[in-house]
Design a binder for this molecule. Structure first.
Ligand code: GDP
Length: 530
């Protein structure tokens, strides 16, 4: 591999921001893009939430609801790094795609509202990152407002998420009294100026006891509190440990205010140094390491339909896992063994599509697709292999599905298959029931509307969806005898597309009862167990 290619790959950082709605993800993303000069004006990223989209050709539902069903990939160059941010949908448009996007990331940044702490959606997304054992960075946001005690927030990370925390910076005051942060690593004071937040004074000091801090902060009580807190951290807190950070068991924590662009650059500088370059991936021929595997390979982690309603096109998002992509190159589609020419790839930058000529491991490219790709498909140059199957995640909403006109059954089945392969829905069949029924499972309830809309507009099929009372699915494994015993006794069993047994539960209590009753069986929250 040429040193140039190796350098390109080594400089890449591909990550996702995980957070609960309103924590400030759009704001933080925008500030990061501003640093890289990828956008010139504030508001560019925000646009996606407004009811009038700049891109007139988004899906009808998006227009009606004024929200985005889809997510994009944003990239920028900064300080010699090529940064790819995988945008994870977060509001009503939370879907299985959000989880899948995390499989394409090498690290994650967890954004937390200082007043709210760890919230539901953050918890769900964190679990996926933890399973993948990727490094997780934490940015605690909105320090310009009164929030919760920083120690409380750190404890919550440990209690609710089971991750240890190492504050890279420590706040001095909060809300009206917010004075800035002390950077433990650089031994410097980064001062917050509420009148002009962009103007950050950075003052090098000898340590937390340096009298310069008293002079600069000018509030005795605050400085005293800060010193007490810092010594408590030094004595009782976790030590800085890069091995644990890399393993995702210790999270470096930053405090700041995204809206004021305070603490964002400090976060970015440390993040880029600590976050991994494109990481090796498991495949059918062993680990594919982008630093040694010269040939191009990648996997499809997301398929987005109807980005342009006029052309009814789909875009398959591919995470490049090794090698170099060149426009027009021929690759093998591992599942079908067909050769494909990648002629029209696109990259996404602040929602403007542009055609690209070259891309490297770590990058995400969008491939125009007329229905030949499935979630998890592998594309390779040279000897064919496949990456491990893309996992399914537990849906939270379930409906029984029927086609209204029996004559349309063929189109209906075709549409359902297509949408399942794209990952828009999960399709289950009832097990052991008198009459076999089809059950659709989705992570975000909006997917039901997407399903109805797409079957109607693309396949001219009307359906009825009857909501089911379940809210959890667990893939069940065990010995043959245990499985047979379980299947005989348990109700509400279904099989997924691969024929694996899945138990549906109405709530956590019901699920935990089953777990206790069948201690020899394992209940998996997603299909990662394979
Ligand atoms: P998202 O839903 O996570 O993308 O959140 P947004 O970036 O849209 O932010 C949600 C709200 O929080 C908006 O009203 C922002 O202006 C506000 N916000 C974001 N960052 C900060 C911050 O640092 N301080 C304060 N006070 N508000 C913020």
């Amino acid at each position: 591999m040429g040193t140039n290619t190796q350098q390109e790959i080594a400089n890449r950082r591909t990550f996702a921001i995980i957070s609960h709605p309103d924590a400030g993800k759009t704001t933080l993303t925008e500030k990061l893009l501003l640093f890289g000069g990828a956008i010139r004006e504030a508001g560019t990223v925000k646009g996606r939430k407004q009811s009038k989209h700049a891109m007139s050709d988004w899906m009808e539902i998006e227009k009606q609801r004024g929200i985005s069903v889809t997510s994009s990939v944003l990239e920028f160059l900064y300080d010699g790094y090529h940064v790819n941010i995988l945008d994870t949908p977060g509001h009503e448009d939370f879907s299985e795609d959000t989880y899948r996007t995390l499989t394409a990331a090498d690290s994650a940044t967890m954004l937390i509202d200082a007043a709210k702490g760890v919230e539901a959606q953050t918890k769900k997304l964190f679990k996926v990152c933890r399973m993948r054992e990727i490094p997780i960075f934490t940015f605690i946001n909105k320090l310009d407002r009164q929030g919760r005690d920083p120690f409380d927030l750190l404890e919550e990370l440990e209690q609710l998420l089971g991750i240890r925390a190492y504050p890279m910076v420590w706040p001095i005051g909060m809300g009206h009294s917010f004075k800035g942060v002390y950077n433990r690593h650089e031994k410097q004071l980064e001062c917050f100026n509420p009148e002009n937040p962009k103007d950050i004074d950075i003052i090098s000091v000898d340590g937390p006891n340096d009298p310069t801090i008293d002079n600069v902060i000018g509030d005795e009580a605050l400085v005293e509190q800060f010193r007490e807190e810092l010594s408590l951290l030094d004595i009782a807190g976790d030590a800085y440990d890069v091995t644990q950070i890399a393993a995702g068991t210790l999270t470096p924590v930053f405090f700041g205010s995204a809206i004021s662009n305070f603490g964002v650059q400090t976060f970015l500088n440390h993040f880029l140094k600590l976050a991994p370059a494109p990481t090796p991936r498991e495949s059918s021929i062993g680990l594919i390491d982008p630093m040694t595997h010269n040939q191009f390979s990648g996997f499809v982690f997301k398929i987005q339909a109807n980005m342009n309603a006029k052309h009814r096109d789909r875009v398959a998002f591919l995470r490049i896992t090794s090698g170099t992509f060149k426009r027009g190159m021929s690759v093998k589609h591992a599942r079908t063994n067909k050769t494909l020419k990648l002629a029209q790839p696109t990259q996404f930058l602040a929602h403007q599509r542009s055609t690209i000529d070259t891309a490297y491991a770590g990058d995400i490219i969008g491939l125009f697709d007329s229905g030949s790709f499935r979630i998890g498909d592998t594309l390779v140059e040279g000897t064919s292999f496949t990456f491990n199957e893309m996992p399914h995640f537990s849906p939270e909403h379930f409906s029984e599905i029927h086609v209204k006109e029996a004559l349309k059954h063929k189109s209906y089945e075709k549409g359902l298959q297509q949408l399942t392969e794209e990952g828009a829905i999960q399709l289950f069949r009832t097990y052991n029931s008198h009459l076999e029924k089809q059950i659709v499972g989705v992570v975000g309830v909006l997917q039901f509307e997407v399903l109805e809309h797409r079957l109607k507009s693309e396949y001219h099929v009307d359906i009825t969806l009857t909501r089911q009372p379940f809210s959890l699915a667990r893939w069940v494994t065990g010995t043959e005898t245990d499985m047979a015993n379980f299947a005989n006794k348990q109700r509400n069993l279904v099989t997924d597309r691969e024929g694996r047994l899945v138990a549906l539960f109405e709530n956590d209590y019901q699920m935990r009862t089953a777990v206790e009753k069948y201690p020899d069986m394992t209940f998996h929250e997603n299909s990662f167990f394979q």
